[in-house]
Write a new protein. Structure first.
Ligand code: ATP
Ligand code: MG
Lengths: 480, 261
């Protein structure tokens, strides 16, 4: 182990590798790879066909990975990636925890996500995804009683093919963009949730993603459907071992909310960010979108992005139903050589649709942070309203922050407001806190935390505490 | 013989942005005493308070400050605070997003840990906070708001005294705590400060008005002009200043200066 490795391991507390035997496909991508993935998962014919269509479309885009984002990296060799890796014997998802490799249980326990019944997180049902497959789902009984479906994507394909056929690709079609096409072709697992009519999901649903294998891309897919008047709060957490080579994470998330339904989707993204010199780390190229399809439906994205070498993601909402609501609350932190280009798109189609965007960017070290947002009000969106607020906090002088808002209004009754600010932790604020006895480090952290408060308060309580801890760890040594 | 002073400022010189503001200040404060510092705008009163508290923007260019027998200037600002030094700011700073109660609890616990006491649990803290808020007649709604954010001028000042009440400092410097307070508020805040007076602590009040000194009666009054303490006296000096302004003192200082050289 080199010193740099050790340092990276030390600062990034989730950098361990678990000794789990894996069933791994050779590197490279072709129609055969896709057939193999589909076969290993025992998928019905319609899935394989969909994957192949996506792959053929992706081939027509080859070399057209998005170039407009304010990030830079060496070209990615898509033949040098492993597209499928599953813990041995678990290609199908285990039926119960006794079948799960103890090393995997240990790994999740180390991450603070115990899966055993006695130890499980209270009030949170967890679907644990290890490399390419889902290894366990907790709280099944509670959910079953209410008719809530929460399972791995693979299980959903087999057990609920009608729902999958109806909604897969309905929000993010495989033609959407380069990485969405790639994901559709090769995605290995992910989570599926369906909340039936009139049901308020009594626990938080959570998927925890963990990349373990080296050189493995993670391409998961999440689909959440809230039927009429249903409510669900969904959490997503992720980590990966510290590795010197970059790893690709190209996920797709689709949300559908029918009449009066509400989906709250929260992410704590803590993929390995690379070392201080920018070596290694995860490329986080993700397409997340929700369709507020029904009248008075609501979709709310909250994200705390502290990890990844490069983040490229724009959780968006299509406000199709009249009186529907879209929200985006984000904290994106970059340190060392991290790059983030993140933001949202709010597409207003329905009447009286409302959207709120609050983005907080924190830049430290030589980090590069861009907010990119689009607010589009279409002609039919009478009396649509949007409020956007983008605040940047700069820690140090070698980092940068930029704000790129696009606003397109094609209905004269629309109201669109945009506010932006850039600030530093001021000496006067620091002095004020220190004059009360608070140490400089604690004072700085307190002020930075305060900057994020509007976002953290949108998170479920346990997650908010964790988010604040993540921030602290990610900034260690960077404040000054 | 008097016991060793709580605070001893000797020949203190300090500058900001390359401009010398304090030009040799001497001040001795014992426990049990209340001192008032008066003086025209821009004479350096806030500078003196800030330098004692350790604001990083000021450079100390000469002299010394001893506090409880220790070299105060060698301590970081947070250590000075944990050692019992408190500054009520002339312009309290807003800290967006940080809950007042959380801020106060962190501050209190930092001091407690320093004194070898256990941190106060949330429940005990809330009880104490309620008590102290009653003392300064502050509405409980202020605990959940962000520190000073959107507070009116008077509310900010009251919040400073709340912090003082909670932290129970050994030496409190109150920089124009009376300005911006309405008449009733002045009375409550003064009563709050008086309730905190003890034989083992001391207060230094910076003010422009005699009125405050009717409520908080000082043992000594000093006049700071152009970076120097040019006169000291008892509380009657404040009355004299109120009557005559600073002009006479200024003239006396100016006519005295050439004679010196
Ligand atoms: N950052 C700065 N740069 C330059 N000059 C400064 C700076 N800060 C303070 N000063 C100057 O230092 C001098 C003393 O200021 P100080 O705030 O100590 O006065 P004061 O006696 O408290 O006045 P007031 O009664 O108005 O509060 C003033 O002339 C002020 O303009
Ligand atoms: Mg002043």
């Amino acid at each position: 182990m080199t010193t740099a490795d050790r340092l990276a391991q030390k600062e990034y507390g989730y950098g361990f590798v678990s000794p789990v035997e894996a069933d791994t496909l050779p590197k490279g991508l072709s129609e055969d790879t896709i057939r193999l993935i589909s076969q290993k998962k025992g998928e019905p014919e319609f899935m394989l066909e969909w994957r192949l269509k996506a792959y053929r479309h992706w081939l027509t885009l080859e070399g057209q990975s998005p170039a407009w984002a304010n990030v830079s990296h060496d070209p990615i060799d898509f033949q040098d990636i492993i597209y499928y890796s599953a813990p041995k014997g678990k290609t199908d998802g285990p039926k119960n925890l006794q079948e799960v490799d103890p090393e995997i249980l240990r790994a999740f326990e180390k991450l603070g996500i115990p899966l055993e019944e006695q130890k499980r997180l209270s009030g949170i049902a967890v679907d644990a995804v290890f490399d390419s497959v889902s290894v366990a789902t907790t709280y099944k009984d509670t959910l079953d009683k209410l008719g809530i479906i929460f399972c791995s994507f693979s299980e959903a394909v087999k057990n609920h093919p009608d729902l999958i056929k109806k909604y897969l690709g309905s929000v993010v079609p495989y033609t959407d963009n380069f990485y969405a096409a790639l994901n559709a072709a090769v995605f290995s697992d992910g989570s599926f949730a369906y909340i039936p009519k009139g049901v308020r999901c009594p626990v938080e649903l959570m998927t925890y993603f963990r990349i373990n294998q080296a050189d493995t891309g993670q391409f998961e897919r999440t689909l959440i459907v809230a039927d009429e008047s249903a409510y669900v709060s969904y959490l997503e957490g992720c980590t990966a071992p510290s590795r010197k080579r970059n790893q690709l994470h190209a996920a797709v998330v689709e949300l559908v909310a029918l009449d009066n339904a509400e989906i709250k989707y929260s992410t704590l993204q803590n993929w390995f960010p690379g070392d201080a010199e920018g070596k290694g780390g995860v490329y986080n190229f993700v397409t997340k979108r929700g369709k507020a399809l029904g009248r008075k439906s609501k979709i709310s994205w909250t994200q705390v992005e502290t990890g990844s070498a490069i983040t490229w993601k724009y959780p968006s909402v299509i406000l199709q139903g009249d009186d529907s609501v879209g929200e985006f609350y984000s904290v994106a932190l970059v340190n060392n050589r991290q790059q983030a280009d993140t933001g949202t798109k709010m597409i207003h189609l329905g009447k009286n649709t409302r959207s709120t965007i609050i983005s907080k960017g924190i830049s430290a070290g030589r980090g590069q942070n861009t907010y990119r947002g689009l607010v589009r009000i279409l002609p039919g969106a009478e009396h649509a309203r949007n409020y956007t607020q983008c605040d940047s906090l700069l820690l140090g002088s070698a980092c940068s922050a930029s704000t790129v808002p696009y606003i397109e209004v094609r209905n004269p009754t629309a109201q669109v407001e945009h506010e932006a600010s850039t600030s530093k932790v001021s000496d006067d604020q620091l002095f004020y806190c220190m004059q009360r006895g608070i140490s400089e480090e604690d004072a700085r952290f307190m002020i930075i935390n305060g900057f994020c408060r509007e976002i953290f308060k949108e998170l479920p309580w346990e997650f908010a505490v964790e988010a604040s801890q993540l921030l602290k760890v990610s900034l260690e040594g960077a404040v000054g | 013989m008097s016991p060793s002073p709580l605070l001893q400022v000797a020949g203190l010189r300090a500058s900001i942005a390359g401009k010398e503001i304090l030009k040799g200040v001497d001040l001795t404060v014992h426990t049990g005493e209340v001192h008032a510092i008066m003086g025209p705008n821009g004479s350096g009163k806030s500078t003196l308070a800030n330098v004692i508290a350790g604001h990083p923007a000021y450079a100390v260019t000469g002299g010394s400050v001893r506090y409880r027998g220790k070299d105060l200037l060698a301590m970081t600002p947070d250590l000075r605070a944990r050692e019992g030094l408190f500054l009520a700011f002339q312009y309290p700073v807003e800290v967006p997003g940080v809950r007042n109660s959380q801020f106060l609890r962190s501050a209190l616990n930092a001091g407690r840990l320093h004194r070898g006491l256990p941190e106060l649990e949330l429940k005990e803290f809330n009880k104490l906070l309620k008590e102290k808020m009653a003392l300064v007649e502050m509405n409980p709604s202020f605990t959940t708001r962000s520190v000073n954010e959107g507070f009116s001028g008077g509310e900010k000042k009251r919040n400073e005294i709340l912090q003082m009440a909670l932290l129970e400092p050994t030496l409190a410097l109150l920089d124009e705590t009376d300005s911006g307070l309405d008449i009733d508020a002045l009375r409550t805040v003064s009563a709050g400060v008086n309730a905190l007076r003890r034989a083992d602590n001391a207060i230094v009040i910076v003010t422009h008005y005699q009125r405050l000194l009717d409520y908080i009666v000082p043992d000594f009054v000093h006049v700071l002009v152009d970076g120097r303490l040019v006169r000291s006296g008892g509380r009657e000096l404040a009355l004299e200043l109120e009557r005559e302004g600073y002009e006479r003192i200024r003239q006396a200082v100016e006519s005295a200066q050439p004679a010196k050289s």
